[in-house]
Design a protein around this ligand. Structure first.
Ligand code: ASP
Length: 311
């Protein structure tokens, strides 16, 4: 296993063999999970703390499940930042976590860079579970695993990431991962929702959804992340759906065997039509959630290998 770091803070900086090894290990966990077997000795005696400063459904639950399936003691801490200075809280929290002798720390925070800051202050291996608009590395891994299972390889695929790219850490992590692994990535959305530096990331930019979807192998839809928007960057939800919502008519332009993805939470009727979200053959949204557990097991496994022996 070629993984290069004590932590998982971002996809940016990982090289193809690091990503391929993580995906191969995650694939073996996907098979193990489907077989109903467990491996509860692997993280026995290890403590995993889920520290979430922002809401989460899938990510927090799947880290919890992943930790438990590998035998770790899992503790969930939900922290409200409403009335406190965030920098101060983080550093206070770091010393508390060190005192608790936490081995693996999963953190989600509204500020980009918070997990990296924390990683300098704690002894634990730190996993970024989403920081501001920066990165969400385990989401990109689970997306890549889902794509690989359907398409065999990431090399040469055309992947259209559509919607609110500017505020999406999912988009950034996916762009880094997919371009590193040889996919051709398009970002599709209105100019107000595409970051100014998009072309620098090695992607093609489309403002016309139909042109952006043409012959795509993978269509990845993103939610409008209003909590990170200042001011009205989109007219109305109805207008947005008309131009950028994925419905059968627009999807017909992608390859006939293309798959549809969404990291959740979905806003049906805004970025995606219900019939597409629930499509029995084209939508792989449920499988993404399943692969999330497998990928998080792989990440916990790989990082735990580098930890000092159990205290
Ligand atoms: N769940 C993803 C995230 O935390 C996507 C989203 O919230 O729209 O970034």
């Amino acid at each position: 296993m070629s993984y290069p770091s004590k932590h998982l803070l971002a996809i940016e900086g990982l090289e193809p063999p690091h990503i391929a090894d993580l995906l191969d290990l995650a694939e073996s966990y996907a098979l193990l999970n489907r077989s109903g077997k467990t491996q509860r000795d692997l993280l026995k005696g290890r403590t995993l703390i889920n520290l979430f400063f922002e809401d989460s459904t899938r990510t927090r639950t799947s880290f919890e499940l992943a930790g438990k399936r590998l035998g770790a003691d899992v503790i969930n801490m939900s922290v409200s930042t409403s009335s406190v200075n965030k920098g101060e809280t983080l550093l206070d929290t770091a010393s508390t976590l060190n005192a608790m002798q936490c081995d693996l720390l999963v953190i989600r925070h509204a500020q980009s860079g918070a997990p990296a800051l924390l990683s300098q202050k704690v002894d634990a291996a730190v996993i970024n579970a989403g920081d501001g608009t920066h990165e969400h590395p385990t989401q990109a891994l689970l997306d890549a695993l889902t794509i690989r299972r359907h398409k065999g390889s990431l090399q040469g695929l055309v992947v259209a990431i559509c919607g609110d790219i500017a505020h999406s850490r999912v988009a950034r992590s996916n762009i880094h991962l997919l371009t590193t692994m040889g996919s051709r990535v398009r970002v599709v959305g209105p100019p107000t929702l595409i970051p100014a530096d998009a072309a620098r990331l090695g992607v093609e930019v489309f403002h016309d959804m139909k042109a952006g979807l043409k012959d795509a192998d993978v269509v990845m839809m993103l939610r409008l992340q209003r909590e990170r928007m200042s001011g009205g960057l989109v007219p109305s939800a109805r207008e947005f759906f008309r131009f950028y919502g994925l419905d059968a008519e627009k999807l017909a332009l992608a390859k006939p065997d293309s798959i549809v993805m969404h990291p959740g939470p979905m806003n049906r009727g805004v970025e995606i039509d219900s019939a597409i979200a629930d499509h029995p053959t084209r939508s792989v949204i449920g499988e993404q959630v399943e692969m999330g557990v497998a990928c998080r097991m792989a990440v916990l496994d790989v990082l735990a290998r580098r930890l000092p022996r159990n205290r």
